[in-house]
Design a protein around this ligand. Structure first.
Ligand SMILES: Cc1ncc(COP(=O)(O)O)c(C=O)c1O
Length: 410
């Protein structure tokens, strides 16, 4: 006898439907840390792989040699190999793993096996746009690292070669972690890597935010410019499933990282995610260059259009950004509009325009929806009318959003 779904199940179903209508089809999503998955990749997330295990690893059970603890994995293991090979090609490294479950887990996966306990690590502080996870008390607390600030401009988050090199020479760290949550401009990576390598320090490039741009050949090419390991999230500017990956050109480093993933950082690597990621990696091999160029062109055009309409943004003198992100200038916003970013973002949310409360805007998802630089003026009008005047533009946003039914670049 099967019982019918109860109230809570029906409520859950209503919540999912409402969410899909609202966030999936009813808003412009300008969150810099999100993106839209292709229909094929989304289908793979719901495939049979969603419930499976595999552990391709030689072990001995009762004196017998086995290749995998699980039977039935002949396709799963090929899916993984295909995804790893695509990641290696796209990010210009010889060794890649798509197993890390997220960007944060990818950071742990790289840092834990490659740096000793009590290692000194330089990372950009959150006050200059760095990732909170690298601040004292978080990843450094778990791994027993001493973290010191890598200097970056407190407003634009930019890293100057001279300052970074000086700090590396002074601090003599074992690791330098680059990568930011507020990430507008690329790094002088060659100079930083040269200084770090002269001290025998490893350079880690956390590409979580800019992975889609790196894949598309814009922004920068971390492994070619001197980073030892590249890792990051696969769902911010990179339009994949939520998850992580890691790539390196150094066999010696990969030989330490790869065997340390399973049982140290996680066990099952979630193979439906890896299948969806494999699909996105292949899509990016086909369309990544055009996608990435359009994301950045949209960000720069939106920055110009917003600034022309009086919304103050960081980096105006440098074209606002070279990534998918824009950032509101908090001090100037308070002076001109008499409010902080959170108040503006709350007004936007009521009118179906979604950003984060820190005042960071991203153009990855609207680019996937097909918006072009010439449409950024129209979008900026809506953002400024809603954000400054509290105008009720939600109907206009919805009407526009409804015309955009097909994702692009797939
Ligand atoms: C620079 C950076 N690294 C790592 C992460 C963590 O990524 P995830 O949410 O995929 O764990 C973030 C998250 O926003 C980030 O901005």
């Amino acid at each position: 006898m099967s019982a019918p779904p109860g109230d809570e199940e029906r409520r859950l179903a209503r919540l999912i439907r409402a969410h899909n209508r609202w966030r999936g089809r009813g808003v412009f999503n300008l969150l810099a840390s999100e993106n839209a998955l292709s229909p094929t990749a989304r289908r793979y997330l719901g495939s049979d792989l969603a419930g499976r295990y595999t552990l391709p690893m030689k072990t001995t059970v009762g004196g017998e040699e086995i290749d995998n603890s699980y039977a039935g994995t002949r396709y799963t293991d090929q899916v993984e190999r295909l995804a790893n090979a695509a990641a290696a090609r796209l990010f210009h490294g010889r060794w890649a793993t798509t197993r890390p479950l997220s960007g944060h887990i990818a950071a742990l996966s790289a840092l834990a096996p490659l740096l000793p306990r009590h290692a000194k690590v330089l990372a950009i502080p959150p006050s200059a746009g760095g990732y909170d996870g690298y601040a004292a008390g978080f990843i450094p607390a778990i791994l027993d690292f001493v973290v010191r600030p890598l200097p970056a401009d407190p407003v634009s988050g930019e890293v100057s070669a001279a300052e970074a090199v000086e700090e590396i020479r002074r601090e003599r760290p074992q690791g330098v972690v680059l990568g930011q949550s507020f990430f507008l401009f690329p790094y002088p990576l060659r100079e930083i890597a040269e200084a770090a390598h002269a001290q025998e320090a490893l350079v880690f490039y956390d590409a979580s935010h800019v992975l889609g741009l790196v894949a598309g050949g814009v922004f920068q090419d971390p492994l070619r410019e001197g980073a030892d390991v590249l890792y990051g999230s696969t769902h911010k500017s990179f339009p994949g499933p939520q998850g992580g990956l890691l790539v390196t050109d150094r066999e010696d480093l990969f030989a330490q990282v790869d065997p340390a993933l399973v049982w140290r950082v996680f066990d099952n690597a979630h193979w439906h995610r890896i299948a969806a990621l494999g699909q996105t990696l292949l899509e990016m091999e086909r369309f990544g260059a055009e996608y990435a160029r359009t994301v950045v062109a949209n960000a720069q055009a939106l920055g110009r259009a917003l600034a022309d309409r009086g919304l103050p943004l960081i980096g105006a003198d440098r074209g606002f950004t070279q990534s998918h992100q824009l950032r509101l200038d908090r001090a100037e916003l308070a002076r001109r509009w008499g409010v902080g970013p959170a108040a503006v973002v709350r007004r936007w949310e009521r009118q179906r325009l979604i950003a984060d409360f820190e005042g960071r805007l991203g153009t990855a998802e609207i680019t996937r929806l097909g918006l072009r630089p010439e449409e950024m003026g129209r979008l900026a009008d809506l953002l400024v009318r809603a954000g400054r005047d509290g105008a009720k533009v939600g109907g206009e946003v919805l009407a526009w959003r409804r015309t955009l039914r097909q994702l692009r670049f797939l």
